[in-house]
Write a protein that binds this ligand. Structure first.
Ligand code: ASP
Length: 461
């Protein structure tokens, strides 16, 4: 056996493979003290440890098996995998809408490179067409890789670059824009682009995936198809997020960029509209509106690109017993704005008052949002709320904490005048504050409650 058949394995892990005569890409039964596992032995990356053997099990998940638990291994087959996506010329069909896809990275743009173990982007139109040929029935596609980062690395610079790129495409006459993006901060970008790209004539659809396209349960292809359809064919000219609705692949949902949030770390149905209903439901065949009012597609509208972001705003997630030194430190570090994420109707403890007064005296702009996520800040109900307002904290209605953070950065990128800042913060650009939350905008399934179980049984047969 040559070294190549143990790709990436070294030290103790390599010894185990050699001992049991199992190769990389071999189909193996692995007996361990924790049970038996069956799957394909995957190569390891250059920087990985020598204490694990990684196999892809039948569900598509990769698991690392601690070599010290392995009591036996047997190779039952061998098939070298090829993960290259075939490049095909993306066809241009007259009459179909022209959609631009900006790639920023994230799982949606990725597949696993088994040589290095890293997740790498695959985003040329040819590769996309090779992977999801159905896209050619929906639109004519042009792609551009603007970044190749996981979304935790998106930030002010990237928001500004994206807003400008959107402006350029719209001026060139594109029918719709899709942005492939990691899911972790998709909602931050949704809010940022809503504030930065106003008066949109066409849809701008953010899309991600929770599972990469080399996994059988991947949501990447369907999310892409839905997003392309929303961008090319819907008449909702807003910044939206398009992801799975239910955990199954029955339909996708279109969420407003300012009211959406990632709510589960691994479910494909992770994105939920908060404090409202989603804009629409989408399948491969139709777009079914849920909300009546939205900004309609109109080609004669001129987009306004407002690419501002001060990056001088921080957030303070309150916890009981918080000491004023935290807020003092933020002010001393030079932050010009603080978004409080308070308890209940919007509270922090009295111990913080002197620090709040000090921040206010230094001209720091302070807004209150809620840990409850759903509902409105009400600072008139209790003394503590009134005390905080007297010290300069402004209630931010039902604006989501992350949205308030994005918006205050966007506002402070344009003005530092307290009255103007307050006015801009409290004047909604696109429903980041709403007058009321509809009864069906708050829906939490709680298993174990008979009426909910009945309902779920009816819907999920
Ligand atoms: N961490 C990844 C990201 O947000 C996860 C994903 O793409 O869904 O970029």
């Amino acid at each position: 056996m040559t070294e190549d058949i143990f790709q990436g394995y070294k030290g103790e892990a390599l010894e185990v493979l050699k001992k049991f005569k199992v190769r990389v890409w071999g189909q193996a039964n692995v007996e361990t003290t924790r049970g038996t596992f069956e799957g394909t032995v995957l190569p390891r990356a250059e920087n990985d440890d020598d204490k694990h053997i990684v196999i892809k099990i039948i569900t598509g998940y990769n698991i690392g098996i601690d070599i010290h638990t392995i009591t036996g291994m047997k190779e039952t087959g061998y098939k070298k995998a090829s993960y290259k996506i075939p490049e095909k010329q993306f066809p241009v069909t007259p009459g179909l809408p022209n959609v631009k896809l900006f790639g920023t990275g994230g799982t949606i743009a990725s597949r696993l490179d088994y040589r290095t173990g890293a997740v790498i982007p695959a985003f040329s139109p040819g590769e996309l067409y090779g992977a999801v040929p159905e896209l050619a029935d929906i639109c004519n596609l042009e792609t551009e890789k603007v970044f190749a980062v996981f979304s935790e690395n998106m930030g002010p610079k990237q928001y500004i670059a994206l807003a400008k790129a959107i402006g350029k495409e719209i001026k060139k006459g594109i029918d719709g824009i899709v942005i492939g993006h990691g899911t972790d901060t998709l909602h931050h970008t949704g809010a940022a682009l809503t504030f930065m790209c106003q008066n949109l004539p066409v849809p701008v659809v953010l899309v991600g995936s929770q599972r990469s396209s080399d996994r059988p349960s991947s949501d990447a292809a369907l999310n892409l198809m839905h997003a392309m359809k929303a961008a090319g064919q819907s008449d909702i000219a807003e910044v939206m997020v398009c992801m799975f609705g239910p955990t199954s692949d029955k339909y996708g949902l279109l969420h407003k960029g300012t009211r959406v949030r990632k709510m589960h770390s691994s479910y494909r149905s992770t994105f939920r509209t908060i404090g409202d209903t989603p804009l629409a439901r989408i399948t491969r065949d139709e777009i079914i509106p849920i909300k009546e009012h939205y900004n309609k597609r109109r080609s004669d509208r001129n987009v306004k690109i407002l690419p501002y972001f001060s990056n001088d705003v921080t957030m303070l997630y309150y916890y009981p017993g918080m000491k004023p030194d935290v807020l003092d430190a933020m002010v001393d570090a030079g932050y010009k704005g603080v978004i409080f994420v308070g308890t209940g109707l919007g509270h922090v403890n009295k111990e913080l008052y002197p620090a709040i007064e000090r921040a206010h005296a230094k001209g720091v702009h302070m807004f209150m949002t809620l840990q409850t996520i759903w509902g409105y800040v009400h600072m008139f109900v209790y003394d503590t709320g009134r005390d905080m307002m007297a010290r300069g904290i402004i209630p931010a209605g039902n604006m989501l904490p992350e949205v308030a953070w994005v918006k205050l950065n966007w506002v402070l990128g344009q003005t530092n005048d307290p009255e103007k800042v307050k006015e801009m913060m409290l004047t909604p650009v696109n429903d980041e504050i709403t007058l009321r939350e509809p009864y069906n905008g708050y829906l939490v399934y709680q298993g174990g409650v008979p009426e909910v179980e009945d309902f779920i049984r009816k819907v999920y047969k």
